[in-house]
Design a protein around this ligand. Structure first.
Ligand code: GLN
Length: 538
């Protein structure tokens, strides 16, 4: 890569959380990339956990895994899906990682008698990480997690201030994403929270030059003028980030408001032409689907939509390519019983059993799999979903009634067992089998028809695996081991050839699905669901 003069774009959030900083960062990244610049995006999370790997998805949403095996914030998934570029462990840092590093240095005596402090030691480590891609990209976008005013995010804002000071005005830019609420009883929008939020940033020495105002309705000119005046920004730099039908429309909306041109001008960069044709085509497909399929996602964390973010996005991408709207029905696995399994799943065009940990809801997942296997409904099992399919097949097709995973219950027939390399692992954080590993696919399989190639590489996050001692009995009863590690030690894909579409994968294909290049297995699954709906067998 040739050396580049890197410009830094900081994105902070204000007023409330959950207004979509991740999508805003990804959308800005896409627009700048489509203007011909090389871009990467980083996320700085102010929490003390080293990574989200040990957190409950109900609290933090999905854990996103990169090629190099980092367990990261789900916003990295948005960055990859929008930019169509792989992120790495260097694209995400937490306060925990920063403090851990500094404390380790202190223990090794590197600070030579100094008192170790937030400024400069913690902030220097944050700055080191924020500038790790220096000279590699034209633009580095840095999303600062949390909301302006949080105690935890202060060192990150201070680090951003120092970088802005050191690199100068033409090389740095601050964008602030706020929320402008509409007060129904008063019949008007309120700008005060935005003014306060900008004030907080100013106290930290950061002057936002562009304000992205999340609102339900477009903001009238007088409201934008008022925000501009009180927050000390140009009028055209107050941009209403209105709610749109799909998150993938956000870049198109920003482009209409000239956000990318404003950014480039402020950074003193030439405004090259914008190529959004493929993206717009993709969004048009999402917005005007020709048909609909109903897919049930059976999982344990279904009440929090962010828990399975990459899966639901992958279904949207695969739907767009099939001109199809994928309607998702979230199904709580704990609630499924022998009595209600039929009424719950009947009429669905496909069922996906989600990844997960621990035994809660396992029997519901197994009952669901039995139903779809016996009734020819397309099935897609991901990681734990594949493991449950293995257990179900062993119990109900191979007569191994006590088949189970060692993760849940020790039995004579642990068809899913702990991986050898995992037997001695004690610490829970970052110790699973993580990241990209290769897989060799059987040419007769549905997976091969989907990928159209024998060698693939997919991302992993697990401790347990298919127990090879049961390979023979499973194969004898009609299971196809459709994919293994190239040395044939680890089962990566199982299928039932006599079923219209029954595929279970040990890896997580959802992490590699991109907006404009949907994942082959998701395309295959949605295609099979369409055939099922239209009464066409596979
Ligand atoms: N709990 C299972 C394992 O550790 C599955 C993990 C997952 O679904 N990501 O192997």
């Amino acid at each position: 890569m040739s050396k580049k003069k890197t410009k830094y774009l900081f994105i902070s959030g204000g007023v409330v959380s959950s207004v979509g900083k991740g999508i805003a960062s990804a959308s800005i990244g896409l627009l700048l990339k489509q203007r011909g610049y090389s871009v990467t995006i980083m996320k700085f999370d102010p929490y003390i956990n080293i990574d989200p790997g040990t957190m409950n998805p109900m609290q933090h949403g999905e854990v996103y895994v990169t090629d190099d095996g980092a367990e990261t914030d789900l916003d990295l998934g948005h960055y990859e899906r929008f930019l169509d570029v792989s992120m790495s462990k260097n694209n995400n840092a937490t306060a925990g990682q920063v403090y851990y590093e500094v404390i380790q240095r202190e223990r090794s005596g590197d600070y030579l008698g100094k008192t170790v402090q937030v400024i400069p030691h913690i902030t220097d480590e944050i700055k080191r990480r924020m500038t790790i891609f220096d000279s590699q990209f034209n633009i580095v976008i840095i999303e600062i997690g949390g909301t302006a005013g949080d105690i935890e995010s202060q060192p990150f804002l201070e680090a951003a201030r120092q970088i802005c000071r050191e690199k100068g005005e033409k090389n740095t830019l601050n964008i602030h994403l706020t929320y402008v609420p509409y007060i129904r009883s008063a019949g008007e929008v309120k700008t005060k929270p935005t003014q306060h939020s900008v004030k907080i940033l100013m106290e930290f020495g950061l002057r936002p030059e562009i304000l992205l105002c999340r609102t339900e309705q477009p903001l009238e000119k007088d409201v934008r003028d008022k925000i501009a005046l009180f927050c000390n920004v140009d009028e055209q730099s107050v941009i209403d980030a209105v709610d749109v039908q799909t998150i993938y429309e956000v870049p198109i909306h920003y482009a209409k408001r000239n956000l990318d041109t404003i950014i480039l001008k402020k950074l003193g960069m030439p405004v090259q032409s914008l190529d959004l044709a493929t993206w717009t085509n993709f969004v048009d497909n999402i917005k005007a689907p020709k048909q609909t399929v109903r897919i049930g996602i059976v999982g344990k964390y279904v009440s929090h939509v962010d828990s399975y973010k990459s899966i639901s996005e992958a279904l949207i991408h695969a739907g767009a390519i099939n001109d199809t709207l994928v309607e998702i029905l979230w199904i709580q696995s704990e609630n499924i019983t022998d009595k209600n399994v039929e009424s719950t799943l009947k009429g669905l065009d496909g069922v996906l059993v989600a990844p997960g940990f621990g035994d809660r809801g396992i029997e519901g997942k197994i009952k669901s799999i039995k139903y779809v296997r016996e009734n020819g409904i397309p099935f897609f099992g991901i990681c734990l979903g594949m493991q449950c399919a293995t257990i179900e097949f062993a119990r109900n097709k191979c007569g191994l009634k006590d088949a189970n995973s060692t993760e849940f219950k020790k039995s004579k027939n642990n068809v899913i067992d702990i991986m050898d390399e995992q037997r001695t692992v004690v610490d829970k954080g970052g110790t699973m089998r993580l990241g990209t590993f290769p897989c060799l696919i059987d040419k007769s399989s549905k997976s091969f028809s989907a990928y159209q190639k024998e060698f693939i590489a997919e991302r992993h996050r697990h401790r347990y695996e298919f127990n090879n001692a049961f390979k023979q009995v499973m194969e004898k009863n009609g299971l196809l081991i459709a994919g293994t590690s190239p040395n044939n030690t680890l089962v990566e894909i199982i299928e039932i050839p006599s079923h219209p579409w029954f595929v279970g994968v040990q890896f997580h294909p959802e992490y590699k699905s991109r907006a404009v290049s949907a994942h082959p297995l998701f395309i295959g699954f949605v295609g099979a669901a369409l055939k099922h709906k239209n009464g066409i067998g596979a």
